[in-house]
Ligand binder design. Structure first.
Ligand SMILES: [Zn+2]
Length: 306
């Protein structure tokens, strides 16, 4: 998984990843949203847990580059280069978080991959606890497996983060996915768009399959939206076409609007690309919440639900 600001040095050259271990003589190590103790904690790592990340220039902090904690930071003061003894087995890091979406759900699957069937749902803001599978993003819970990208790990009220996700916790989508149109407020073919890292990983898989079928990537208008940008859309279109600021899944980097046009075209209800997306969305962890109507709501809007 890639995160744009993570791993870049001031010269633009990629910093190399290192793998270190939580020191064996501490209770738990806080993982934080940024490289100082003034940032909120987003998770806990057990003694001996493996952490892979990049060193932040001039600071003794490591920025995580794998799993659901990607983009978050751990203090190098509590890390060691020495792997823990092979036995007893290192406990899997425990994770506890809430389903991030304000109006949808997170899929529960029978195994840690999108190829496994969906066996249930955790509802919005529901508390989920379990242990990381390998280094993520899948989390094993007592009801099945959940993609960590659908969870917010450090607050009982994910809504307070809507539209306010720090840029270093978001991942840039490739510019070749961008729609080429220009639209408010200031979008062009080269405007960077961002997603939750796990959602972007899933989108890459969807795009590969889409391109095999259609010969080109599915073009995207909008992904993550800041609170201010959501306010712009709300003032332009108002409810229900635009969500009240602070309630859209775009504010979590968990929603994608494929390219919209004034007249019916490939992403419109019943058209070829829309039908393909609806038929295959579950294989890639996405869901169009309006699909049951097939004529109302947003044919182009898909949420990442794991
Ligand atoms: Zn949307």
């Amino acid at each position: 998984m890639t995160t744009a600001p993570a791993g870049s040095t001031p010269t633009g050259a990629p910093a190399s990843e290192t793998t270190r271990f939580v020191a064996p003589d501490i209770d738990n190590l806080n993982v934080r949203m940024g490289p100082s103790t003034s940032y909120p904690a987003v998770g806990l790592l057990m003694p001996g847990a493996q952490v892979t990340g990049v060193s932040l220039p001039g600071q003794d902090w490591l920025q995580v580059t794998h799993g659901p904690l990607t983009g978050a930071c751990v203090s190098g003061d509590y890390l060691t280069d020495e792997a823990p003894p092979a036995t007893p087995a290192t406990p899997c890091p425990r994770i506890e978080g809430r389903v991030t979406t304000d109006d949808q759900f997170a899929n529960i699957r029978s195994g840690p991959d999108f190829s496994h069937p969906i066996v249930g749902r955790y509802q919005h803001h529901e508390l989920v606890s379990g242990s990381l599978v390998d280094d993520g993003p899948w989390i094993r819970t007592e009801r099945g497996y959940v993609n960590g990208g659908t969870l917010t790990l450090h607050t009982p009220d994910p809504s307070c983060l809507n539209g306010r996700i720090p840029e270093h916790l978001l991942s840039p989508i490739p510019l070749c996915y961008n729609a080429t149109g220009e639209f408010d407020p200031g979008y062009t073919a080269t405007t960077p768009r961002y997603l939750n890292g796990a959602a972007l990983d899933a989108l890459h898989r969807l795009q590969a399959a889409f391109k095999r079928r259609f010969g080109h990537f599915a073009t995207i208008d909008l992904t993550y939206r800041s609170y201010d940008e959501q306010q712009f859309w709300f003032e332009k279109f108002s409810s229900p076409r635009a969500a009240t600021p602070g309630t859209s899944n775009h504010g979590y980097g968990l929603a994608i609007d494929f390219e919209e046009r004034e007249t019916p075209w490939i992403y419109s209800w019943g058209a070829v690309a829309n039908e393909w997306l609806l038929a295959h969305q579950a294989r890639f962890g996405f869901d169009n919440p309006f699909a049951s109507t097939l004529q109302e709501g947003e044919d182009y809007h898909f949420n990442f639900v794991g």
